[in-house]
Design a protein around this ligand. Structure first.
Ligand code: ZN
Ligand code: ZN
Length: 302
């Protein structure tokens, strides 16, 4: 009886502070860790995004600098991105700009105290890549475990999950669905949809325009989509024109995709700037899309 009364008082207190209307402890956030491409732009580190929900981080891709960018987000107040909490990643495709931070994500959090194996989801070929990385750093693992560093015996391991389209992961925070996108001659390149209690988030990965993104988003809260600038000097060459046409998405194509997908917020990332200022690309997207959108910067939270 007494317990029921206390529960009632607690419910009233929660209601007064608004918790009863919004029972989500920590609304889902999207943290863009890196917006970059293969270009060695010091302002834009390798592509990596984190969906953060209830103090857990779910990474998408691991471009160069991923662990340091996560530490930057931690410094900005997002505790879920501290190094030893980086435990799960969904890789869109195996292009090096998206995976050069994979060894970083395997080993650095372990050195910094992670005990759990990394859970890595991605296309076929990820097992092969992982086993080569494990072989390459065998001696490092031996020295850290057997020497005075006394590193733990588990945190450098990886559980690799080679996926197919469909639901690939589910826990109490999130359901993750993978869908195939069109990225030139890559046999498997994925986009991902994250559904949490309060938000639906879609990440295109690298892709030419595809209906799969439209279907996955379908009025989603946040759509992260790549784009390239067709005014770049390289693009005047027929060969490169063909490359970009089959591997990536132009501002005009992005505008059409976004109009059909109608996200509440479009976050443009992995901006292939082609040595032109970001403002040049922004101007083109503005002409093509009148919905709410933003050109992402590293460490932007949406
Ligand atoms: Zn890329
Ligand atoms: Zn790519």
């Amino acid at each position: 009886m007494k317990r029921a009364f206390l529960a009632l008082i607690a419910a009233i207190a929660c209601s007064a502070s608004g918790f009863a209307e919004n029972p989500i402890a920590s609304p889902t956030r999207v943290v863009v860790l890196g917006t970059g491409t293969p270009s060695a732009d010091p302002e834009r580190w390798g592509p990596a995004v984190a969906v953060v929900v209830n103090d857990r981080a779910y990474l998408i891709d691991c471009g160069p600098g991923v662990v340091r960018r996560a530490a930057g987000a931690e410094r900005n107040g997002i505790a879920a991105l501290r190094a030893k909490e980086l435990k799960i990643v969904f890789i869109t495709h195996l292009h090096s700009d998206h995976t050069l931070g994979y060894p970083d994500l395997i080993f650095s959090p372990w050195v910094l105290g992670r005990r759990e194996a990394l859970e890595a989801y991605g296309p076929h070929g990820l097992k092969n890549m992982t086993s080569h990385i494990e072989k390459a750093w065998t001696e490092d693992v031996r020295v850290r475990r057997e020497g005075l560093e006394q590193a733990n015996a588990t945190g450098y391991k990886v559980n690799v999950h080679e996926i197919q389209p469909g639901v690939v992961y589910r826990d109490s925070n999130v359901t993750v669905t993978a869908f195939l996108v069109r990225h030139g001659i890559w046999k498997e390149a994925y986009g991902y949809k994250f559904e949490t209690r309060d938000r639906k988030i879609v990440v295109s990965g690298d892709t030419a325009p595809t209906d799969e993104v439209v279907k996955a988003c379908d009025g989603c809260d946040v759509l992260l989509h790549e784009v390239y600038n067709p005014r770049g000097s390289e693009l005047q060459d027929a060969h490169w024109k063909e490359y970009f046409r089959t591997f990536h998405t132009s501002p005009a194509e992005l505008g059409e995709i976004a109009r059909r997908a109608h996200p509440k917020l479009l976050v443009v990332y992995h901006q292939v700037l082609e040595r032109l200022p970001e403002s040049d690309l922004v101007e083109q997207i503005e002409k093509e899309y009148s919905g709410k959108w933003v050109s992402a910067r590293d460490l932007g939270v949406y």
